[in-house]
Design a protein. Structure first.
Lengths: 94, 128
């Protein structure tokens, strides 16, 4: 049994778990009663999708997919800081 | 000998990826079931550190040990390691910022509440 077959088998069994948790986070994002609930749902969704892209880049052997992961995380952090500043001051500042 | 090191890295990486997937599923269930915003922050932490940092380190180890990726394996390993370190630094900072803003602006109610010392201190005027 070579390394390639082993890695591809394990990652194929892992992928449905990630898809299930992405669906559950999306339900919370649509149902969330307040603004901070939606923001933390988007955060968790972004981190989850970044890991999912990293797993897919090994599974499909295409390294272009992994360069999206860092950008997704930075975008989620920017959304956090922006919404926090808006909630505290009720205005979009510089 | 080199084959042995490759197998060790790949097995450890696969175990980390499986642990991360289980943590991710638990975080998603908690995010859906918990009663208010401040309890859902716990589910966010499980889903971000346990569900994203640990499997990114696992992807790094798998990419280091797998020869079939070959001209690109150092690229995949380095990019996922940098992503993991950035996640470890930025995710707690962002969640603390949003929690402080939500409590201060009273957008999210602390509804099934046992005790809230921060709100009592704010009413007494000890902290702003």
């Amino acid at each position: 049994m070579s390394i390639e077959i082993h890695v591809i088998t394990v990652l194929t069994f892992v992928i449905p778990i990630f898809i299930t948790s992405i669906i559950l986070y999306t339900i919370r994002l649509l149902r969330g009663p307040t603004i901070p609930d939606m923001v933390i749902a988007v955060d968790a969704l972004s981190y989850d999708m970044a890991v999912f892209l990293a797993v897919l880049s090994i599974l499909f052997k295409s390294p272009i997919l992994i360069s999206c992961a860092i950008i997704l995380m930075l975008w989620a952090y920017a959304l956090d800081i922006y919404v926090a500043k808006y909630l505290e001051a009720k205005e979009f500042g510089e | 000998m080199s084959k042995m090191i490759d197998w060790t890295l790949v097995i450890i990486g696969e175990i980390l990826v499986i642990i991360g997937a289980i943590c991710d599923l638990l975080g998603a269930i908690g995010m859906l079931r918990f009663p208010n915003f401040f309890v859902r922050l716990h589910a966010l932490t499980v889903g971000s550190i346990g569900g994203a940092f640990v499997p990114l380190i696992g992807v790094t180890l798998i990419a280091l040990g797998s020869e079939f990726l070959d001209p690109y394996r150092w690229y995949v390993a380095g990019a996922s390691f940098v992503a993991a370190i950035i996640l470890l630094i930025l995710s707690p900072a962002g969640s603390h910022a949003i929690a402080r803003a939500a409590h201060k602006s009273k957008v999210a109610k602390v509804y099934p509440k046992v005790v809230d010392k921060l709100e009592e201190d704010r009413e007494k005027g000890e902290i702003k």
